[in-house]
Design a protein around this ligand. Structure first.
Ligand code: MF3
Ligand code: CO
Length: 248
């Protein structure tokens, strides 16, 4: 069942989303070569709790971190550890915040110091793929148009589309219906309605699209060890477009 949210619920999701945004800004202000991924994870947990929120990923299906911190070839679900970030790394900050009973999910992949051209291109066009998909969204459009547009954008820019993980509905729960794959066919799938809240989240790779899971049973990495990026916003479908709930 796809839950349509009332304006009152959307206001709560926007508040959770704003805290998610502030958390990302805080983390970006402390990330530099020499910081460990555990320090990033702990800073996120402290910041979210200091603002009255809950880091929803903690304990989700046994996940040990407050947020997901994924470096370079790690696509998603990286766990904060003693790993020290180096100049030239990229790091994905995938954050789910609960506030007043509602969830907001967003991710940004950020550079650590100076990054090479391959990584800069990957970051620019993974964010580009997110906005290409978002710009399809309005009431009456088929969800497959969003998926297909993300896939088209990624292919046009020669980037791999990870298929094993997908975007999703979101609200009281982190994961609600429907699934939102980052590949698909135009004019297929469910019809978007005003008040649906979705997390749209392309995960793209600089090399091939194939992934595997590490022995920690969480971290997903590219098989070819090429870098991967992940950009995500939680949005609400409007009659004439969409509104980002995890922005400023
Ligand atoms: N943020 C992820 C998503 O986009 C979910 C985090 S998985 C968890 O759906 F286990 F870390 F919570
Ligand atoms: Co998500």
């Amino acid at each position: 069942m796809i839950v349509i949210k009332t304006e009152e619920e959307i206001t709560k999701m926007r508040a959770a989303g704003h805290l998610n945004y502030l958390t990302r800004e805080h983390l970006k202000s402390i990330i530099r070569p020499g910081i460990t991924t555990r320090e990033i994870d702990e800073a996120a947990g402290e910041f979210i709790e200091a603002h009255g929120g809950i880091p929803s990923s903690k304990g989700y299906e046994g996940y040990p971190g407050n947020i997901c911190v994924s470096v370079n070839e790690e696509v998603v679900h990286g766990i904060g550890s003693d790993r020290v970030l180096k100049n030239g790394d990229i790091v994905s900050l995938d954050i789910v915040v609960e506030l007043d009973g509602y969830q907001a999910d967003a991710c940004e992949t950020v550079p650590v110091g100076d990054i090479n051209k391959e990584k800069a291109y990957l970051l620019k066009h993974t964010e580009g793929a997110l906005y290409a998909g978002l710009n399809e969204i309005k009431a009456g459009v088929k969800l497959g148009c969003v998926s297909a547009r993300i896939e088209d954008y990624a292919k046009k820019h020669n980037l791999g589309v990870v298929r094993e993980l997908v975007g999703h509905g979101i609200g009281r729960e982190m994961h609600e219906e429907p699934d939102v794959p980052n590949y698909g066919k135009y004019n297929t799938g469910i019809t978007l309605k005003a008040g649906m809240t979705l997390a749209i989240e392309p995960m793209l790779t600089a090399g091939k699209r194939y992934v595997r899971i590490l022995n920690d049973d969480w971290t997903i990495v590219t098989q070819d060890k090429k870098p991967s990026a992940h950009f995500e916003h939680t949005i609400v479908v409007r009659e004439d477009g969409y509104e980002i709930l995890t922005g400023e």
